[in-house]
Design a protein around this ligand. Structure first.
Ligand SMILES: C[S@@+](CC[C@H](N)C(=O)[O-])C[C@H]1O[C@@H](n2cnc3c(N)ncnc32)[C@H](O)[C@@H]1O
Ligand code: SF4
Length: 361
């Protein structure tokens, strides 16, 4: 199974917490030039890695919704994918969006960057939309035929109370999306929030938000299948599941990463550089120790982990179940013997579990 990730590196404005490869769009967007570059990149990588078809496609950003349905139509004809095709959208860019046209172009899953429904918080996060615009975008997407929608919500926001965090979640649940990504805000290096850190809720408040938030989500019929990912039955994100299960994917576009077996690919991050050399791809090959740590870093994020068969199939390394470090994790009640998975207790202490494997192997 091979997936395709295509990166769209521009946003209307850079949010102060964001460390993704996103750049404020100064002037006008040259849609055709970027789509041409993506198609060249796609055809080149797909020939090199001998990929006939893709199982899932993800248009991420940045803000892909700055591009028109016709751009995606052209791109999707070149890609050809029968499976899940997701586009990320910022509700501040969809005021006049023709969602039905995005759907006709072949996009069948939408991921809306909502973050919060609280006006003051949205302003603090530097967002370019209001809660009303989010609601409009959601309703317009439904009218346009989207029956698989994800909402991104963040918690642990500057000076946020437990009630405020839960209110955001209730608001999101009331829209009844098929999928909810509930992320704890992290302060990343080289962001505006890193240079001027806002006051964040302490650990006790965060634990309270999580305990009550998880309960709300479960009561509303969502099932957690990854650290931050919750879905209604049958609506897990197939594209992200492929990442977490260590499947292969090609990455096209500025700053996109790809993985084929042991090989990792990276594209130039700066949009201008990428546009002038879309075929330039950096490649490196992972050694056993890195491969196995990367696998665990991904698979253990999944509530159910993966089988040992999948582990061996995708890394070429024999199962670790009999190795002292895995046995120790089992004795401590953190890891399972039968699968590449944590126990419930291990899942609650995932960071410590992963630290056990850092530098091992
Ligand atoms: C690449 S962004 C794409 C969405 C779109 N650009 C937008 O913001 O509307 C994906 C999601 O990552 C989450 N995110 C970004 N930076 C984060 C941070 N520092 N901490 C936690 N979540 C973050 C946000 O919820 C965001 O919607
Ligand atoms: S709109 Fe999304 S990708 Fe762009 S800066 Fe904000 S969080 Fe990052």
């Amino acid at each position: 199974m091979t997936s395709l990730y295509a990166h769209f590196p521009w946003c209307v404005k850079k949010c102060p917490y964001c460390d993704f490869n996103s750049h404020p769009l100064g002037g006008s967007l040259d849609n055709d030039r970027y789509i041409d570059a993506l198609i060249l990149d796609l055809n080149d990588q797909r020939a090199k890695h001998n990929v006939a078809r893709f199982n899932t496609v993800f248009f991420g950003g940045g803000t892909p919704s700055l591009f028109d349905p016709a751009d995606f139509e052209r791109l999707l004809i070149a890609i050809s994918c029968e499976g899940e095709v997701t586009m990320e959208a910022n509700p501040g860019t969809t005021e006049h969006a023709d969602f039905a046209a995005y759907a006709r172009a072949g996009i069948n899953r939408l991921s809306l960057g909502v973050q919060s429904f609280d006006a003051g918080m949205l302003q603090r996060l530097g967002r370019i939309h209001s809660a009303r615009e989010t609601e409009h975008a959601f309703a317009a997407a439904r009218r346009g035929g989207f029956d698989n929608i994800n909402l991104d919500i963040m918690y642990g926001l500057p000076e946020q109370s437990v009630d405020q965090a839960l209110e955001d979640l209730r608001h999101a649940i009331a829209l009844a999306p098929e999928h909810l990504s509930w992320y704890q805000l992290t302060i990343e290096p080289k962001t505006a929030f890193h240079s001027a850190p806002p006051p964040l809720p302490d650990e006790t408040l965060i634990a309270d938000m999580e305990e009550h938030g998880w309960m709300l989500l479960r009561e509303a019929g969502y099932r957690r299948y990854e650290v931050s990912a919750w879905s209604q039955t049958g609506h897990e994100c197939q594209h992200n599941l492929n990442y977490w299960r260590f499947g292969d994917y090609l990455g096209i576009g500025a700053g996109a990463h790809g993985k084929v077996g042991r090989q990792r690919t990276d594209k130039a991050k700066a949009p201008s550089r990428y546009l002038s050399a879309p075929l330039e791809t950096n490649m490196r090959t992972l050694r056993d120790g890195d491969l196995r740590f990367e696998y665990l870093l991904n698979a253990l994020r999944l509530v159910e982990g993966t089988s040992w068969n999948t582990f061996s199939e995708r890394t070429g390394i024999p199962p670790l179940a009999d190795e002292p470090i895995w046995k120790r994790g089992c004795e401590l009640g953190l890891l399972r013997t039968d699968r590449v998975a944590t126990t419930q207790m291990g899942y609650r202490h995932l960071d410590s579990v992963l630290t056990m494997f850092l530098g091992d192997g």
